[in-house]
Ligand binder design. Structure first.
Ligand SMILES: Cc1cc2nc3c(=O)[nH]c(=O)nc-3n(C[C@H](O)[C@H](O)[C@H](O)COP(=O)(O)OP(=O)(O)OC[C@H]3O[C@@H](n4cnc5c(N)ncnc54)[C@H](O)[C@@H]3O)c2cc1C
Length: 439
C-alpha cells in the first residue's frame, strides 16, 4: 500500500485528509498526517476569539475526532529528504525520528512575516494561532482590571493603548473587534471612560484592505474613526522597544499590547527540505498542485495552501499566483485529494481553478463589509453575511452548532468579560499554600 504523508493539518491539509478518507478505497493507500497542533484552526474566527465573541475551543477542529481513517501524529516535521522519501518528525519531549513515505503532500501553511524593527520580536504578538487570540483577549481585559486601580497618568494610558500593525483583512478585523470589546468593557469599569482607551492601527500603505474597493475601504476608515479607533496610513512602525511605539511620522506613545498582522510568509520549514522553492520561499507547484523544478514535475510531491505558489489560472492573483487565503486553501485541499486519487488509479490530474468569490469581514459587533466585484455591502447586513458565511464554513456540523450556539448565548447574555491570564501560572495558588518538608 502506498504511504501518503500530509505535512500540516490546517485548512489545506485537513481537507485533503478528509477527502482522501472519502475517496480512497479500503487498502488503496495509507494516510498519515503530521501537525504540531492536534487541531485545525479556523483562522477567520481569531479576531472574534480575541474579542470574546467565540469560545477558543469552538474555533478549532480536533484532528483525531474528525479524521477516523488517517493516522494522526502530533509533532512537527523538521526536515524532508524527498530524494530518499524520508521526513524527520520531531515530537515535543521525544527524540526526532524518520518517517518513510511514498507520496508527500506539503500543506504547512504560513507564519507571521516580520521586519527587523527594534522591539517587535520581543514585544509584539501575532494573530495566526488560537493561543495568540486567547492571549490578546486576556491581555486587554487584564489591562482594564489593572488600569482601574490606577490614577490617570502615563501608566494607565500605556495599559489602555492598543496597537495593531497591518491594515490587511486580518489586521482590520482584529482592530475592529478589539475596539468593540473595549467599548463594551467600559460599562463594567465605572472609573474608566471611553476617552481613556486608545486604539492605533499602523499601515505602511496609503490604504487598508486591498481586497475591497477604495470606496469600501474609506467607509471602513470612517466607521473606525467614529468608534474612536485611529488608523495611521502611510506610516511605518520604526521602533517598539519596551512598548514605546515610534512611528515614521515622528509620533510616539507607549503601549502594552502590540498585535502584528503585517503579512505572512511561507513556512520556513521548507528551507530544511530538498524540495524546489521560488524566490519568496514558497513551494513551486504547477496548476494541478504537483511540485515542479526546472526539469519538470518532481514525482510524488504535492503542495497546496499558503505554503505553495499555486498559479492562479483565472488571471487574478498577485504575480499570477493565488493569494494566501482560506478560500483557496480549502478548495486546493479538495482538488489535491482528487488528483492524488486520480494518479493512484492511473488517471490524469486536473488543474486547480477558482474564481474569487469576494471578501467578507466582521469589524466588530454589528459592523461588517462585503465586497464581490463592484457589489459592496456595509454595516449590519454585511456583518450578518460575515457571521452566516463563516458560521457555516467552519468544518463539521458539531463545530457549526457550537459557534452559532455561542453567538446566540452571547446575544442573550452578552460576551464573557473575564480574563483567565493566571492560567499561565496555574500552580501559583497551590504552591503558595503547599506544605513543604522541613529543611
Ligand atoms: C486572523 C486571520 C483571519 C483570516 N480571515 C480569512 C478570511 O476571512 N477569509 C479567507 O479566505 N482567509 C482568511 N485568512 C487566511 C486563511 O486562514 C489562511 O490563508 C489559511 O489558513 C491557509 O491555509 P493553510 O492550510 O495553507 O495553512 P494553515 O491553515 O495555517 O495550516 C497550516 C498547518 O500546518 C501546521 N504546521 C506548521 N508547521 C508545521 C511543521 N513543521 N510540521 C507539520 N505541520 C506544521 C500548522 O500547525 C497548521 O495546522 C485569515 C487568516 C488570519 C490569520
Amino acid at each position: 500500500m502506498p504511504k501518503i504523508l500530509i505535512v500540516g493539518g490546517g485548512y489545506a491539509g485537513f481537507y485533503t485528509a478528509r477527502k482522501l478518507e472519502k475517496w480512497l478505497r479500503r487498502g488503496e493507500a495509507e494516510v498519515t498526517m503530521v501537525d504540531p497542533r492536534p487541531y485545525m484552526t479556523y483562522q477567520p474566527f481569531l479576531p472574534e476569539v480575541a474579542a470574546g465573541s467565540i469560545e477558543p475551543r469552538h474555533a478549532v477542529v480536533a484532528h483525531r475526532r474528525h479524521l477516523k481513517r488517517t493516522r494522526v501524529i502530533t509533532a512537527s516535521v523538521t526536515g524532508i529528504n524527498h530524494a530518499e522519501k524520508k521526513a524527520t518528525v520531531s515530537p515535543e519531549g521525544a527524540e526526532p525520528y524518520e518517517l518513510d513515505y511514498d507520496i508527500i503532500i506539503v500543506t504547512a501553511g504560513s507564519v507571521s512575516r516580520t521586519f527587523p524593527i527594534p522591539g517587535v520580536a520581543d514585544e509584539a504578538i501575532g494573530m495566526k494561532n488560537i493561543e495568540e487570540a486567547i492571549a490578546v483577549r486576556d491581555r486587554l481585559i487584564t489591562n482594564f482590571d489593572r488600569a482601574a486601580n490606577l490614577p490617570p497618568g502615563p501608566e494607565r494610558d500605556r495599559l489602555l493603548t492598543f496597537v495593531v500593525v497591518g491594515g490587511g483583512f486580518a489586521g482590520i478585523e482584529t482592530f475592529g473587534e478589539l475596539r468593540s470589546l473595549a467599548s463594551y468593557l467600559i460599562r463594567h469599569y465605572p472609573n474608566l471612560s471611553f476617552e481613556d482607551t486608545h486604539f492605533h492601527l499602523i499601515e505602511a500603505m496609503g490604504r487598508i484592505m486591498p481586497e475591497v474597493s477604495l470606496e469600501t475601504s474609506h467607509w471602513v476608515l470612517k466607521n473606525l474613526a467614529q468608534r474612536g479607533a485611529q488608523v495611521h496610513l502611510d506610516t511605518q512602525l520604526v521602533s517598539a522597544v519596551d512598548g514605546r511605539i515610534e512611528l515614521s511620522t515622528g509620533e510616539s506613545f507607549e503601549s502594552d499590547t502590540i498585535v502584528w498582522t503585517a503579512g505572512v510568509m511561507a513556512n520556513p520549514v521548507l528551507r530544511n527540505t530538498d524540495l524546489p522553492l521560488e524566490e519568496r520561499g514558497r513551494l513551486r507547484v504547477q496548476a494541478d498542485l504537483k511540485v515542479i523544478n526546472d526539469n519538470g514535475v518532481v514525482p510524488d510531491a504535492w503542495g497546496a495552501g499558503d505554503v505553495s505558489a499555486v498559479p492562479d489560472l483565472t488571471g487574478g492573483g498577485v504575480g499570477g499566483f493565488c493569494v494566501p487565503n482560506a478560500q483557496h486553501a480549502v478548495r486546493q485541499g479538495k482538488r489535491l485529494a482528487r488528483n492524488v486519487v486520480a494518479e493512484l488509479r492511473g488517471d490524469a490530474p486536473v488543474d486547480y481553478f477558482h474564481k474569487n468569490q469576494g471578501a467578507v469581514a466582521g469589524i466588530g459587533l454589528y459592523e461588517g463589509v462585503f465586497q464581490s466585484g463592484r457589489l459592496a455591502v456595509k454595516g449590519l447586513p454585511a456583518w450578518v453575511m460575515h457571521r452566516g458565511y463563516h458560521g457555516l464554513a467552519i468544518p463539521m456540523w458539531e463545530r457549526k452548532v457550537r459557534v452559532f450556539g455561542n453567538w446566540i448565548v452571547n446575544f442573550l447574555f452578552r460576551r464573557d468579560v473575564v480574563s483567565l491570564e493566571d492560567r499561565i501560572t496555574p500552580r501559583a495558588a497551590f504552591e503558595e499554600f503547599a506544605s513543604r518538608p522541613k529543611a
